[in-house]
Design a protein around this ligand. Sequence first.
Ligand SMILES: Nc1ncnc2c1ncn2[C@@H]1O[C@H](COP(=O)(O)OP(=O)(O)OP(=O)(O)O)[C@@H](O)[C@H]1O
Ligand SMILES: O=C(O)C1=C[C@@H](O)[C@@H](O)[C@H](O)C1
Ligand SMILES: [Mg+2]
Length: 189
Amino acid sequence: MSNAHSMTGNGGLAASAGRIDRPLVLVGLMGVGKSTIGRRLANALDRSFVDADEEIERAADRIVSEIFEAHGEAYFRDGERRVIARLMDEGHGVIATGGGAFVDDETRALVLEKGIAIWLDCDLETLVERTSRKNTRPLLKSGEPRAILQGLKEKRSPAYAQAQIRVVTDDGPHEATVNRILEELATWR
Ligand SMILES: Nc1ncnc2c1ncn2[C@@H]1O[C@H](COP(=O)(O)OP(=O)(O)OP(=O)(O)O)[C@@H](O)[C@H]1O
Ligand SMILES: O=C(O)C1=C[C@@H](O)[C@@H](O)[C@H](O)C1
Ligand SMILES: [Mg+2]
């Protein structure tokens, strides 16, 4: 058992989840934990991790909110679609997407075909609390964050629900969510 596995005490689960050779792609709303859980999931599985929002920022040489301000959402979505298509081909173990990526028909079809989509879901209160800690999400700046998040949850859930796996996260430690994902992967066929 490697150090990464023994640290989290989930080596057996990680081993049976590890037989899946497709990229594991985390989808879901802003603040649900795609980036932080994704990094830990990759660590538990001894796989590489990449964050699509960070890759878009690297490609554009600007942070996400600057891209939204300078060029608008449609331009951001075009870049996001291209970056995720590239990431799906590069052989990454775990990919954290931006909150809107899986809502795009083309991106969703590609992820479902070549990867395993994991929908991280959680209740609205938790999302409101988690997203209030940072003021970097452009879509939450145009009004009342709770109302915006509620609207996005209603509008996007049918797309997220097409993911092969759904895991509900709560206020427990990140590792509990990672373990729940490993359990789902271990029984996934
Ligand atoms: N299971 C959890 N328990 C406690 N805090 C969490 C959990 N998951 C995420 N958080 C916290 O919520 C915040 C948002 O998480 P994170 O940045 O991973 O979300 P995200 O889904 O990547 O959001 P975005 O779509 O905006 O990139 C972080 O401060 C993170 O530590
Ligand atoms: O939910 C969304 O549409 C977004 C989520 C973030 O990850 C970023 O990709 C951006 O702020 C847009
Ligand atoms: Mg993120």
